[in-house]
Design a protein around this ligand. Structure first.
Ligand code: PLP
Ligand code: COI
Length: 354
């Protein structure tokens, strides 16, 4: 596959590391590739970052045929830039594409695209502690007609943004509200893939939580509203009475790459991790009797984020005195250590960029 590169004539000034939030500043270039049923994927190109042209009847604007991924490039202590488990994102993107009847991309091509793009933009990877270059691959259906059906045309793009921490709290514990009314996903739906619609439908609960001082929502299952699923942009894990538990992948939860990595790190460190159903009653009891020792979220944007307070139906519970717990800290140190090249990657998860 050939990737044409058209470099910008006016590179932008790179932002100060201290001003970085999440996804507000973008690099000089973007990757674009078109798909049609007749030609397959074609015209792979890296072009100056800029606006895109869409037909007003474009499928994505009406029927939400959009999927995305999120991964980061990290600046190592020795100055090199590396990715973290990029094939996992590529495979999940294809799983999302399959669910939404969008075209899949050959895995080797997808990796070459990512590598070529990051290699070109690598100077944008900041080096200050906790910063990285967030990569956002996304794909959308692009037929110029209003019929509802699997698309004949699509576009795949990658944009990149130098980022600091996702939450204003950084590594400090966040406050999360358990959502009792709205649901995010059901089995058979799209919860296990990363499509824009999942996030659009979650905004109402997110707004409600934010108004009350909470960072995100913890979703319950969509059928019984009984079992803990995940947080808006993270999977969740708990230490209850010594047992490390995380909701099992039932089909409505996103199979997070950070979740998978945390489980592998924990098992490697000798912990047992149980992937099982966790009811909100079980969690409530553990909160009330003090056996909920630690709670944390895990995701690419947020890395490992301690949960210091949970609110359910108006009742507030502080976890571990609002402090980061031992297991949470170990996971944060191990994952960020591997990602930023500070500790040896004995798992073979990192992917250096030349
Ligand atoms: N769950 C949801 C809903 C997410 O948006 C994310 C973020 O991508 C995650 C979980 C964590 O997934 P990952 O660790 O692959 O970033
Ligand atoms: C990520 O962690 O990459 C996410 O996608 C979270 C989010 C900003 C939706």
């Amino acid at each position: 596959m050939e990737i044409k590169i058209n470099k910008t004539a006016c590179p932008k000034e790179k932002p100060e590391a201290s001003t970085l939030g999440f996804g507000k500043v973008f690099t000089d270039h973007m990757f674009v590739m078109d798909y049609s049923r007749e030609e397959g994927w074609h015209d792979a190109r890296i072009v100056p970052f800029g606006r895109i042209d869409l037909h007003p009847a474009s499928t994505v604007l009406h029927y939400g045929s959009e999927i995305f991924e999120g991964l980061k490039a990290y600046r190592r202590a020795d100055g090199k830039v590396q990715l973290f488990r990029p094939m996992e994102n590529i495979r999940r993107m294809n799983s999302s594409a399959e669910r939404l009847c969008l075209p899949t991309i050959d895995e080797a091509d997808a990796l070459k695209i990512l590598e070529t793009f990051v290699s070109l933009e690598q100077d944008w990877t900041p080096s200050a502690p906790g910063t990285s270059l967030y990569l956002r691959p996304f794909m959308f259906g692009n037929d110029e007609s209003l019929g509802v059906h699997a698309v004949n045309n699509a576009t795949y793009m990658i944009i990149a943004s130098p980022v600091g921490s996702y939450y204003k709290e950084g590594i400090n514990p966040v406050k999360i509200m358990i959502e009792a009314d709205d649901v995010r996903a059901v089995k058979g739906g799209t919860g296990y893939v990363k499509c824009g619609g999942n996030y659009a439908a979650s905004n109402r609960a997110g707004e409600k939580a934010e108004k009350q001082g909470y960072s995100q929502v913890l979703w319950l299952d969509g059928v019984e509203r009984k079992y803990i699923e995940e947080v808006g942009a993270m999977n969740v894990m708990f230490k209850i009475n010594g047992e490390i538990v995380t909701p099992m992948l039932t089909g409505s939860i996103l199979p997070g790459i950070t979740r998978k990595s945390c489980i592998e790190v924990l098992k490697n460190a000798g912990y047992t991790v149980n992937e099982r159903l966790i009811s909100v009653e079980e969690l409530g009891e553990a909160l009330q009797n003090g056996t909920l020792e630690e709670a944390w979220g895990c995701g690419t944007a947020a890395v490992v984020s301690p949960i210091g307070e949970l609110c359910y139906k108006g009742e507030k519970f502080v976890i571990n005195n609002g402090e980061i717990g031992k297991v949470t800290q170990m996971l944060y140190d191990t994952l960020t250590g591997i990602q930023w090249g500070k500790i040896e990657d004995s798992f073979g998860w990192t992917y250096p960029i030349d």
